[in-house]
Design a protein around this ligand. Sequence first.
Ligand code: GAR
Length: 197
Amino acid sequence: MRVAIFASGSGTNLQAIIDSGIKTIDIVVVFSNKADAYAIERAKKHNIPVEVIDHKSFQDREDFDKAVIDRLEPYKIDLIVLAGYMRILSPIFIQAYKNKIINIHPALLPSFPGVNSGRQALEYGVKYTGVTVHFVDEGVDTGPIILQEVVKIEDSDNEESLLEKIHNIEHEIYPKAIELVSSGEVEIVGRRVLNKS
Ligand code: GAR
């Protein structure tokens, strides 16, 4: 599958995906809305083409998303992997890539959607949080769940230590989820993502 990875930040998940060497994907482009995202440097080091469009130069979300769709068109993308892409996608974008966008979220959805999920989990006082990989639908962090993994919260944890544990799990399960999706092993049945075999 021809894959685009979208990232707005440091790109440790992008790095983990590159390093995992999944045979069923070809990362044909890394896209970012931020010219200074470290993810871009990571892509360049691996000779992966990079595209950047600054969302701040657009008046509304739809216009920005249309520009992204146009920019990606020549790459003939089969799967979009959001890896720390901190923009909500408009319905125009979701429809253009229906069931072809996946996201990683640093919590056990449906708990703690949105931003600062580690902080949300600590403030709520849950004893376990985790990581979710899901298909993206038109809601925020609401799409069918592909994989989840639990992270235990210790009394000694603070936001930084918790995020480090979450990141370590993310780097394990995102490549696994991408492999599942790109090898056609799963199907979406209602809200559930089921193994075909
Ligand atoms: C990851 O923890 C990812 O789960 C989170 O951003 C981080 C990106 O890290 N995504 C979200 O919070 C999406 N709502 P990275 O740039 O080092 O891969």
